[in-house]
Design a protein around this ligand. Structure first.
Ligand code: TYD
Length: 140
């Protein structure tokens, strides 16, 4: 699946004099039901997270606080996204290598995931990722 299938999704934002509220409904704002939520916090500014791809998992990544960069790679093309507001989410399709970096102090990254945690869904070796991408393209 090409990196063009990954995109920023604008989320609802309700503002009033008490502050702002945003929300995400699985199957409505995002194309999958939410099976798991996890979040990254207390991140050193030099932290680099990710460096893997998922065979099946789809995710929506949101900068709930602060900002950071996400580089997505489909094995042929790369795209960099800067996430810096809680009412936008980055939809990541399966089989995309991702790198998260440049976290601002106090940044919080929340991830909505389509499946429960499964270590066998990870590809942590970049060469293995490239080989898997090429073999799935050949069988298309
Ligand atoms: P890891 O996938 O390495 O984090 P990153 O998103 O930066 O690549 O996860 C770090 C550790 O947390 C690893 O031991 C697996 C564990 N973990 C869970 O147990 N459940 C989860 O839902 C996630 C995302 C990670």
């Amino acid at each position: 699946m090409a990196v063009e299938s990954c995109r920023l999704i604008e989320l609802p934002r309700v503002d009033d004099n008490r502050g702002s509220l945003s929300f995400v409904e699985g199957g409505n704002h995002i194309p999958f039901e939410i099976a798991r939520v996890y979040y990254l916090y207390d991140l050193p500014i030099v932290a680099e997270r990710g460096s893997h791809a998922h065979k099946k998992l789809e995710q929506l990544i949101i900068a709930i606080s602060g900002s950071f960069d996400v580089v997505l790679d489909d094995g042929r093309n790369k795209r960099t996204f800067h996430l810096d507001r809680p009412n936008a989410g980055l939809l990541i399709a399966s089989m995309h290598w991702r790198e998260l970096a440049n976290f601002t102090p106090g940044a919080v990254c929340i991830v909505l995931a389509s499946l429960p945690y499964d270590k066998n869904d990870y590809i942590r070796n970049y060469h293995e990722f490239l080989a898997a991408v090429e073999s799935s393209r050949k069988s298309e």
